[in-house]
Design a protein around this ligand. Structure first.
Ligand SMILES: [Zn+2]
Length: 311
């Protein structure tokens, strides 16, 4: 059942408020799976008829009726700019969440510490664009580094709050490595790429997010294969697969090249319009220069295309 043992009405009230918040987010996400949410939509949350805004001006949110924090938030930072608070991950494992200010006894920091002591689940909102967030929940505060002025936050594996158990920090780190990749890094990468390309395939202009992927230029196993927007391109499922398999390549000047054997082939309309007609077209690029595909990464990837396609 619950990771905490609510000992009184107050505890039960807080536990059901947290569950109600997660159900509210579930409901919003079911309308747009895998997508980001507007803060106005998130802030329509009501509990027992009372409006409780999960997102406020500050990063750590503790409603008045609670003693432990309910949500944490990382603000959106435009690509290429340094974020004011550098929340990051502890290597591949835990999320490092900065104190509010430097005073460990600030009420917001105290509220997060209480969440840690009580082992209660929180929602984490990652800023993707102005007023838009990727919700990650439940998360747990599992440690604190007072010298670095930060808390250590663990993401639950499957979105469930029932399987959580007490672990050592090292166990948490090992456990979290795969989870952080799947539940934080990949969705954040996708959301940021979709935002940069206005949810449009950079090759065929298809505009249905459900049919779009954030393709890596260099794979995540590569030294420069980080999940960052300049290493990504928004592509529809067909063009993503064609790019991954080197049927289609992209030159560092953003022009598209189709493998010669496919140009020579005769088949139906998908080959003609979906693949062959891409030849010599240019990628549709994000407006923000810093969000465009990195030409150096494209160059390296294009070499691979040339070798694979015999070009
Ligand atoms: Zn496409």
């Amino acid at each position: 059942m619950w990771p905490q043992t609510p000992s009184d009405d107050q505890g039960l009230h807080q536990a059901s408020l947290r569950t109600a918040l997660f159900r509210h987010l579930d409901k919003l996400l079911s309308a747009s799976p895998g997508e980001t949410l507007r803060s106005e939509a998130i802030n329509t949350f009501r509990f027992h008829g009372q409006l409780i805004r999960p997102i406020v001006q500050t990063g750590i949110r503790k409603p008045k009726s609670m003693d432990a924090a309910l949500t944490i938030r990382t603000t959106f930072t435009p690509i290429g700019k340094e974020p004011p608070y550098q929340d990051s991950t502890d290597g591949p494992g835990l999320i490092l969440y900065k104190y509010r200010g430097l005073d460990p006894l600030h009420p917001d920091n105290q509220a997060l510490r209480t969440a840690m002591e009580k082992r209660v689940p929180l929602a984490y909102f990652v800023g993707i664009a102005s007023g838009r967030y990727l919700p990650v929940y439940p998360v747990y505060v599992v440690g604190e580094d007072s010298h670095k002025h930060e808390f250590l936050v663990e993401i639950a594996a499957d979105g469930e709050i029932t399987n959580w158990e007490s672990r050592t920090l090292d166990q948490s780190r090992r456990y979290s490595e795969a989870v952080v990749k799947v539940r934080l890094h990949q969705p954040v990468f996708r959301a940021r790429v979709m935002d940069a390309y206005s949810s449009t395939c950079a090759m065929c202009h298809l505009r249905h997010p459900e049919l779009l992927d954030a393709a890596h230029i260099l794979p995540d196993t590569h030294l420069r294969g980080q999940p960052v927007v300049p290493n990504g391109i928004a592509l529809c499922k067909l063009h993503h697969a064609a790019f991954d398999r080197n049927f289609i390549g992209v030159r560092p000047d953003y022009s598209i090249v189709v493998r010669q054997s496919l140009i020579d082939e005769t088949d139906g309309p998908t080959l003609l319009h979906g693949i062959q007609e891409m030849q010599d077209k240019r990628l549709v690029l994000p407006k923000a220069k810093a969000a465009r595909p990195d030409p150096e990464r494209l160059e390296e990837r294009f070499q691979e295309f040339c070798e694979a396609s015999g070009a």
